[in-house]
Design a binder for this molecule. Structure first.
Ligand code: XMP
Length: 324
């Protein structure tokens, strides 16, 4: 077991045109005259797979955006719009209730990941497979997902075979992973060569478990909305920082604050902003105090109930980038 069986293609040896035509051929020959589905999240991995799959299969690839209720503000509409302009039709599937029900009361990080995995693959995708008559799911697993899962650090929601899980047996369909030999830097090059806009091929990473990875403790619609507002503010304020990834995290322990001259036992938001090349190691960005001050001002005034804003100064390792 492990990623040893997968032959890595380093970015220095990657010929994007060759890679694209080879992978498109492979997808066509595996799927034959059949239908495949894929889920687009708007991240660079699933976006590259969407374009590759459409190159190979045209209309025989059905692309869905799963609205799980834990994405960022306006995310479904924005992504669908970007792909419409590229000539790719994307159908939004409202699965919010399914995800919130599955996540109800779960506090343990790996159990959250498992609930999301099961909901995506067993419930939502299996339903879409039945509806579309597809036998294959195309997905953007990359080598780093496999490494981290196999190392037991974080179970990435999209890794099965390396854990000894046969998707055909477990979920009733096969999974095709055209990007599995690449790391993020290679995927970005392929995405650019596939004609995706800069906002997509350079897009900041965002985890599969989405905002549920940014709420410590149990997830519900209310606390997701709070972290969604804090995320928008953080992304607006740090977009010009040049950092690899930045995020807001909602803690579940409260601290005493004061508002309008009264005691307010309020919420805490933690900001993280990482410098990194490939997410395997990372250091906190040396943001200016003015930037941090602006973040604190905005978060305490725009996110209801927040009385404390902190900035994480630990490196990865021993930290990880996401808090959950
Ligand atoms: P960590 O927290 O493991 O994050 O240091 C490294 C990179 O991976 C992303 N990440 C995830 N992506 N599913 C994903 O698709 C996950 O469960 C997951 N956990 C972390 C994280 O955003 C960072 O870029």
């Amino acid at each position: 077991m492990g990623s040893g069986a997968v032959k890595e293609i380093r970015v220095s040896e990657l010929n994007t045109d060759e890679f694209i035509s080879e992978k498109a051929k492979e997808i066509s020959s595996v799927v034959g005259q059949g239908v495949a589905i894929n889920a687009l999240s708007g991240g660079v991995d699933s976006s590259a797979v969407t374009m590759l799959g459409h190159k190979a299969l045209g209309e025989r690839l059905k692309t869905y955006f799963i609205d799980n209720g834990i994405m960022r503000r306006q995310e479904p509409e924005q992504i669908v719009d970007i792909f419409r302009k590229l000539g790719v039709k994307v159908e939004i599937i409202d699965a919010q209730d399914k995800f919130f029900n599955a996540l109800k009361g779960i506090t343990e990080p790996e159990e959250k990941r498992e609930a999301i995995t099961q909901t995506f693959y067993k419930d939502v995708f299996a339903g879409l497979v039945r509806k579309s008559g597809a036998k294959y799911l195309l997905q953007g697993t990359i080598l780093t997902d496999i490494d981290e899962t196999v190392a037991g650090i974080k179970r990435q929601h999209n890794v099965f075979e390396q854990l000894g899980i046969d998707p055909q047996e477990a979920f009733g369909y096969k999974i095709i992973e055209p990007l599995v030999q690449l790391r993020k830097d290679g995927v970005r090059k392929v995405a650019e060569a596939l004609g995706l806009p800069k906002g997509v091929f350079n897009r900041m990473p965002f985890p599969g478990p989405a905002l549920s990875a940014r709420v410590i403790g149990a997830v519900n619609r209310e606390n997701i909305e709070l972290v969604r507002i804090a995320t928008s503010i953080t992304e607006e304020e740090l977009s010009s920082s040049g950092a690899f990834q930045y995020m807001a995290i909602l803690h579940n322990d409260r601290v005493t604050g004061m508002r309008d001259g009264k005691r307010d036992f309020g919420l805490q938001i933690e900001i993280r902003c990482w410098d990194s090349v490939d997410a395997r190691n990372a250091r906190p960005s040396r943001l200016s105090f003015d930037t941090l001050d602006k973040l604190s001002q905005r978060i305490t005034s725009e996110v209801p109930g927040v009385v404390s804003v902190t900035y994480n100064i630990a490196t990865k390792p021993p930290s990880t980038m996401e808090a959950v």
